[in-house]
Design a protein around this ligand. Structure first.
Ligand SMILES: Cc1cc2nc3c(=O)[nH]c(=O)nc-3n(C[C@H](O)[C@H](O)[C@H](O)COP(=O)(O)OP(=O)(O)OC[C@H]3O[C@@H](n4cnc5c(N)ncnc54)[C@H](O)[C@@H]3O)c2cc1C
Length: 428
């Protein structure tokens, strides 16, 4: 077969399942055609199948080929902009709904793993690490905020000694542990969800790029070698969607972030770096994120650069950051380096909505995507099943195009990255 292969990641090398699905070669019908087999598409498909819809999923490349199979694997609750920022736009009452949903994505992931027996190295516990007192103040506020929305008993502030007991570095002044955060092997989660979709009768085609969608009462989704006639279409291509839906392109921008994975560490060394096996992200705008894999490699990510990069560049970008955090890793070999795209919006909140009568989408969660996409899939399924309240709450969030339109989106993002890295360096 000729499907675009997975990126050269540690995850692709350690995938549970290397079975390739067929390319769509016929004209078929289903209640719902989902474009994109990442978490958004797979979560929507699985929830829809559970509700009794028939579903076909099409991916241009492979299941989990996009961000869902390449990410840091960190289960991070809430949204890229927090509930207090959302409240300023939607008001107090509606903000309560967002507050209620803020930890749901992580619960959906755990429920999926348990229900469908998905083997993906799930570990509980995520740490937000503060580089300075200002960030620590932000974490105190975040704890209060999340608790005020009912998320009690999960969060624990860590002082200097506390954070060193869970991350063996001098870099942080403190942090916050979210016991309902955690980490997974992201590609194996996607592959497990795909198997669950198929176990419920859903069909998944790989190597099946959607080239055109004909709108209408029964929209038709076309690939080069087949088509799907459906009652509803779900667009879940996120940062890899390209120009398929021009109305979705203007208000978002694909950004690359890079990850490296070391060789397996000596067990004592691994346990000394992250004694509780929590995942960690710092509180910078351009953040570092890291954790141990199931086989005790250090998986370290960071940097936001537009577009693809070659692995040697990625190593020179990320290794210095990793050694700043863990000088103990000097001399350890890096086995894998890769890049992946997530989708940034100007508000950093997801874009959710409907095109025409029956084409639904969610994209652009700008971070926190592992949890949000799982929630998004459920909200889309609710919407198609006649329960619109939660979907509509997201759909009502305002979005604006990037200044300068297409031509200036990349320079604008480079300027933004420079500005944020300066703020991080100055600690403001
Ligand atoms: C390197 C990296 C690290 C990250 N780390 C984290 C993290 O630790 N925690 C966190 O919460 N978030 C993280 N994220 C973000 C998170 O991974 C994403 O937000 C999330 O996976 C997006 O899922 P998705 O299904 O919307 O899109 P994707 O997973 O990108 O899936 C989109 C799919 O659509 C397909 N597609 C696109 N166009 C078409 C078409 N025309 N026809 C058919 N198929 C099409 C693509 O092939 C792709 O498989 C990270 C992202 C990256 C890139």
């Amino acid at each position: 077969m000729s499907a675009i292969p997975h990126t050269g990641s540690y995850y692709a090398a350690s995938a549970n399942d290397k079975v390739e699905r067929a390319r769509l070669q016929e004209s078929i019908e289903a209640d719902v055609c989902v474009i994109g087999a990442g978490y958004t598409g797979l979560s929507a498909a699985l929830h829809l199948l559970e509700l009794g819809f028939s579903v076909v999923v099409l991916d241009a490349a492979r299941i989990g080929w996009g961000a869902s199979g390449r990410n840091g694997g960190q289960i991070v609750n809430s949204y890229s902009r927090d509930i207090d920022t959302i409240e300023k736009t939607v008001g107090k009452e509606q903000a309560k709904l967002f507050g209620k949903m803020a930890f749901e994505g992580g619960r959906i992931i755990r429920e999926r793993i348990a229900k469908y027996n998905i083997s993906c190295d799930l570990k509980d516990g995520g740490v937000f690490a503060a580089m300075n007192e200002k960030q620590m103040g932000h974490l105190r506020h975040q704890k209060q905020l999340w608790e005020s929305h009912g998320h009690m008993g999960q969060l624990e502030l860590l002082d200097g000694k506390g954070i060193r007991s869970v991350v063996n570095t001098e870099r942080y002044v403190g942090g916050m542990l979210d016991k309902s955060g955690g980490h997974i092997h992201p590609l194996n989660l996607a592959l497990g969800e795909a198997r669950a979709v198929e176990s419920l009768g859903g069909k998944i085609f790989e190597d099946s790029a959607v080239l055109r969608v004909d709108e209408g009462d029964n929209p038709v989704v076309h690939t080069a070698t087949g088509s799907v006639k459906a009652k509803f279409v779900v667009v879940a291509g996120n940062a890899y969607l390209g120009k398929l839906m021009p109305e979705l392109q203007a208000k978002s921008m694909p950004c690359g972030t890079q990850v490296i994975t070391t060789e397996p560490l000596d067990e004592d060394l691994a346990a000394s770096l992250l004694p509780q096996d929590y995942c960690v992200e710092d509180c910078n705008y351009l953040l570092d994120y890291f954790r141990l894999s199931g086989d005790k490699r250090m998986i370290y990510g960071g940097g936001v650069v537009y577009g693809a990069r070659d692995p040697a560049d990625i190593e020179s970008l990320i290794i210095p950051n990793m050694l700043k955090t863990f000088p103990q890793l000097k001399g350890v070999k890096v086995d894998y380096a890769w890049t992946g795209n997530f989708l940034l919006t100007l508000s950093r909140l997801p874009q959710v909505g409907r095109i025409g009568k029956n084409i639904y989408y969610s994209q652009g969660c700008s971070g926190h995507g592992v949890t949000y996409t799982h929630l998004a899939g459920k909200l889309i399924a609710e919407m198609l099943n006649g329960q619109a309240t939660r979907f509509d709450a997201f759909a009502a969030l305002p979005h604006y195009p990037f200044p300068g339109g297409h031509a200036l989106r990349v320079p604008f993002s480079a300027l933004g990255a420079w500005y944020y890295s300066l703020r991080d360096k100055l600690g403001v």
